[in-house]
Design a binder for this molecule. Structure first.
Ligand SMILES: [Zn+2]
Length: 237
């Protein structure tokens, strides 16, 4: 009668080992879906991509290491000390080869730059090909750094813009010269509207906060993307 429990224990051990092995080999093929693997910019975005970017928010050397490992061309910006809640010391500007289509140039916190790098390559470019069959040649922005509180927010709450940890996206210029703006295209039911919704939804995989015209009237003409610390939880609307 002792053999049965032992046999059962062996059987359970084999099941656990097989399960562990299966998880291990699955994880090897999906590092972006595991929380403990390093962020690799060449990987597809996965379940934990946004969590990994958020962790870099207060780790400038770690954030730069991700850019360096991805052979991203960028420059470090001179720190800005504006007193109080304003200023930044983790600003970068992506080079032309690595994300040079922003106008004006996107000078943002390192973790926003990582979000923009991934968003452009994995969301914006494929969406433009899908909906219009052409490339995006320029992304118009309303800028990143602005020493101001949250518009329409509670008094004294500072915007992520005050730390260059946000960027507002206004429009996308296509190769044929057409301009798809958030203000003009959001409510349309054609390719323009579908494209804008796709790039909004896709941004949620690499930014901790994404606000669109669906959120409130203050965002009727732009997409607000930021990397606010949210304890790993995103807000996307
Ligand atoms: Zn904004």
């Amino acid at each position: 009668m002792r053999l049965a429990p032992l046999g059962f224990r062996l059987f359970a051990l084999v099941i656990v080992a097989a399960g562990g092995l299966a998880l291990y080999s699955w994880g090897k093929g999906h590092p972006q879906d595991l929380p403990w693997t390093p962020l690799i910019l060449a990987d597809a975005t996965g379940r934990f991509t946004q969590y990994k970017i958020a962790r870099l928010r207060d780790d400038f050397p770690g954030c730069r290491a991700v850019l360096d490992r991805g052979q991203v061309d960028y420059t470090v910006l001179t720190p800005v000390a504006a007193g109080g809640a304003c200023g930044y010391d983790d600003g970068v500007r992506l080079g032309r080869d690595s994300g040079g289509v922003y106008a004006p140039r996107a000078d943002t916190s390192c973790s926003v730059a990582i979000g923009l790098f991934l968003w452009e390559k994995q969301v914006v470019e494929p969406a433009a090909m899908r909906h219009f069959g052409q490339k995006v040649t320029r992304i118009d922005t309303f800028g990143s750094y602005a020493c101001r509180p949250v518009r329409g927010g509670r008094e004294g709450r500072w915007s992520e813009h005050a730390r260059a940890n946000a960027i507002d996206i206004a429009a996308f210029r296509l190769a044929d010269g057409r301009r798809i703006s958030v203000a003009g295209g959001w409510t349309r039911t054609d390719a323009d509207g579908a494209f804008l919704r796709d790039v909004r939804d896709g941004a949620c995989r690499m930014f901790s906060t994404v606000l669109s015209p669906d959120y409130n009237a203050l965002h009727r003409d732009h997409l607000h993307l930021d990397q606010a610390s949210r304890g790993g939880w995103g807000f996307c609307r």
